[in-house]
Design a protein around this ligand. Sequence first.
Ligand code: SF4
Length: 528
Amino acid sequence: MEPRSHDFKRRAACAVVDEQLKEALAKAQDGFVGKRAQVVEILPEFEQLREQGKIIGDHVLANLDYYLERYEAAVDKHGGQVHWAETPEDAQNIVRNICKRVDAKRVIKGKSMISEEVALNEALESYGLDVVESDLGEYILQLAKEPPSHIITPAIHKTKAQIAELFYNAHQKLGYDKKLDSVPDLVNEAREVLRSRYLEADVGITGANFLIAETGSNIIVTNEGNGDLSCTLPRVHIVTASIDKVVPTLDDASALLRLLARSATGQEFTSYTTLSTGPRRTADLDGPEEYHVVLVDNGRSKMLADGFREMLRCIRCGACMNHCPVYGAIGGHSYGWVYPGPMGSVLTPYFLGLKEAGDLANACTLNGRCASICPMKIPLPDLLREHRRRQFEAKLAPKIASFALASWGFLAKRPKLYQPLTALGMRMMGMVGRRKGRFRSLPMVGGWTDTRDLPAPQGKTFHMAWRKRRMLTAKTKMGDQSDQGKGSELRVFAFLTIILAPILSVVLVGGYGLFVWMFQLIAGPPIQ
Ligand code: SF4
């Protein structure tokens, strides 16, 4: 998929006024968030499980080379073959060569984010192979020629009417000439159309939720059973997976599966959890004749040692996007590549570079909700801040932002200057905005005030409020009625306004600019 992350701002601005998208996202997000909360509520050890998940992930990443070799040996022992792909092109070539060798014409695919990452469908189609997605959401998007907008429910943005229209147009040539209007009818029609595609396919390609080093198995979880059919009916099964999917044992995978289903869809367990280990054995009733695993690196080895290691714990549950207010406002397509939401805002700039995708990290409001629910305890806001830091250091941030940030840094390192200046800015803003308690419009923050009011500051900075609080606590303890701190604040204010009157206007503009910049730093860009 051709990256479009450089166009993030424009895409987000269009998405934010798309009423249909807003409705679809609100419905889906509310459903996922509510269901997750319910299943977490009834599992008292959920927090312990999260800690266990983190420990398993960290242990694997610290010993990744060992577990990958162990996994390869186990796959080999069971008659399968592991292929190593350093780049997307390597992965495409490996799959293509397998298909060519077995004279494949048709491929059926289960959902696999890594195959989206390496653009496998496009590559296979360019070699003349007929590729059909078997996951219902992915199938809908294949008909619509669109990329996924969510990693768990790829067609989350599509309405029933849009899907009915797609099916009507695509299935007429197959003898389905009725326009459907109920979900069960649409599902049944897709099932009938896809059933024959499984039987015709020479090669089945699936992803893997986990790769088990001790047994050489791969695990896929689905709610449709399409993964099972894709890996058992065709002659050849190819698993595409990134190197971070390996876990030491089946017990470890069980712990992670408990986290995955609850975090992803709010289920205690997904409907189908399928383990595949090698090709069909003599006594097996079904299964492929050949079993291949394509292990993709694509920058992950570098990530291990580059400050973003924690992101490799991700189990692709999608919970961070379900809980993200920015994703909820703009949907997945705005992010312009394979991975949307908070996890995508970390991964995409890493894989594609800050020049292409730097804006994604800046869209975050840093509210921390994603990190608080991530089953693998990934500190997503910290990683996003790290992207911002690198962007600033590489001078890739917009000039005005870099200048403002540098100015802020200069002041913040000089508290004697910073505190009175911000106090002055806050007081003036507080005074001007006191009557309504909000601003309808303000210079330099039109992006916000075009679509919402800006709350007026109370007139105090954090430092002032903190000082006052400490004084009150001390007073309560000592019975001291004096209020020196307040007096000193007033003296600073009087000094600045009376003695420095000639430069007051300059200071006001500076204070206001500082406030605006700090507000944007804290609140992120104007997305509703
Ligand atoms: S970052 Fe965490 S919440 Fe987001 S998809 Fe990965 S595991 Fe799930």
